[in-house]
Design a protein around this ligand. Sequence first.
Ligand code: CS2
Length: 475
Amino acid sequence: MTLSQTSPARLTRTRPAPAVGIVHLGLGAFFRAHGAIYIEEAVAASGGDWGILGVSLQSPTMRDHLAPQGGTYTAMEMGPEGRKARHVQILREVLVAREDPEAVLRAMAAPEIRIVSLTVTEKGYCHEPATGRLNLNHPDIRHDLTAALPISAPGMLVRALDLRRRAGLRPFTVMTCDNLPNNGRVVRGVVLDLAHQIDPTLARWIETEGRFPATMVDRIVPATKPEDILEVAEAIGAHDAAPVMHEPFRQWVVEDDFVDGLRPDLGAVGVQLVQDVTEYEHMKLRMLNGTHSSLAYLGYLSGHETIADCMADPVLEQTVRHLWQAEIIPALTPPPGVDLHAYAAELHARYANPAIRHRTWQIAMDGSQKLPQRILGTLDTNLQAGRPCPGLTLAVAAWMVYVSGTDLDGRPIEVKDPLAPILKEAATSARPVAALLALSQVFPQDLAARLADPVARAYELLKANGARRAMETLL
Ligand code: CS2
């Protein structure tokens, strides 16, 4: 056996990246399979110094994987009919904020940086999900209020903007790419809240000069699994320690509001540049992420490992169709020219794609940060209009079972959530439904009052009959 058969060569860079113009915070699989590819294509189409410097906030793993590959990696498109590999080379360098926050701030404050984009997940904004305001009691924010070297994403943005202001530079555009409604307004709000605490003059400068376009991002990108690394090696004939596996579909809707109008030519590669992204965000968060989370809890409790497995189960498949048709679409205003029924049909096909193994457990993560914008908004609109919502109510009840840390057959669940200990205490108390609904970080309290009875009934049904029977009974 030759050496190359036992260990294929490492993936390496084959062309230089453009000079850096963007710093990206949060270098997970999603950005590498979505924004990075769009930006690489925009540079290929129209040029510009829009290379990306990636920042991992906590862990050095991504840097350690990407550095020996010159920052390049494989994006593997997984379609129902086959796969297609692409060698992405737009990322020039990776820094790790926990190791060297000063280097990250220096990079963000450099004159050539015009955009700082973010995928730091919902909890990375350190806000109260129910209100959208900065949580001043968040331990990272308490640290960042006084320390010159921040650890939170809002802290990084504020300190870097401060360096730019002091150096007489223009601010960078802050472009959030996380699944939050009004994500531009949320990040602007937390940055201004923090800046006000640190230096009101800085806050005023950011308020007048800063730009925070909202964006709607969409592509299903499950976390990379060890078997994916082997599959990619076999497909490309080289070892890539950090590939990303993604579906063919992609969509990016961006508010065209950048500091001095400076941005890559995103319009050339199919990004929709709009005045107001709100209706797109609501559509995507409620139709896609709302049913994703519902399938995650109900599917997990029905014993399903992935979304595609859920779609192959007629009970869950009918549940998700019911959610779209009877509960979510009636409570939505479509974006201009969009047919929500066609959008639902497209989502159905995307979920059923057997090549994408997206774990229910992965989507179930961080539910306390996700439920408000994905599910509770739809429930609120419907209940106020007097329309019952048995499906979404059951999904909330399933989340309540899930966060107790024990499934309906008594097996342990590994619950990942920034509020996990609080959720567990409430979910295992004598009155779990009432105790969870009382958490104002998650449930606006007027909605909690309206949810009390229906959720309690759904919860009892789940406990008594199991998830599949409960769906059959209620829907
Ligand atoms: C998913 C999203 O993990 C989750 O919570 O719902 O990551 C989803 O796959 C993306 O938003 C799709 O664009």
